[in-house]
Design a protein around this ligand. Structure first.
Ligand code: NI
Length: 138
């Protein structure tokens, strides 16, 4: 059975002041919720080191006039189709496209896919947001 446990934490007052300022900026209403999120963040990071399934989002910004780039991004996605849950394409302006690719799979493979897309010649911005399936978190 899950239950709420209270525990004390000893901290240097200077470090606690910094923490309180930080969580205030991030709109936390109390320290407990901020500490819970820090723990979850750490656990998600650990998931990405392991071999269990993870989720994430790859964000790309590129110029769609570069047709070769467009083709290679599509080729890469087809090579890794088993990892791709969905993708969304937004025409930001006349030249630029924003693509968000939702991924699910083993961390090494997802990272490989993200790195290949980020490294494609002409991609202006590429980032992998590392998330979780939530199964390992309560
Ligand atoms: Ni577009």
């Amino acid at each position: 059975m899950r239950r709420l446990i209270r525990f004390g934490v000893s901290l240097d007052n200077d470090l606690l002041d910094k923490f309180d300022k930080l969580i205030k900026q991030e709109n936390y209403t109390n320290r407990s919720e901020a500490i819970r999120d820090l723990i979850r963040e750490k656990l998600v990071k650990k998931e990405w080191i392991g071999n269990k399934e993870v989720t994430g989002a790859i964000t790309l910004v590129y110029d769609h006039h570069k047709r070769e780039l467009l083709n290679s991004l599509i080729d890469i996605q087809h090579d890794f189709h088993h990892l791709i849950v969905s993708s969304q394409h937004i025409h930001v302006d006349h030249d630029n496209c924003l693509e968000i690719i939702v991924v699910k799979g083993k961390p090494r493979e997802v990272e490989k896919l993200a790195n290949m897309m980020k490294a494609a010649k002409g991609v202006k911005y590429g980032a992998l947001s590392m998330a979780t399936t939530g199964k390992q978190l309560k």
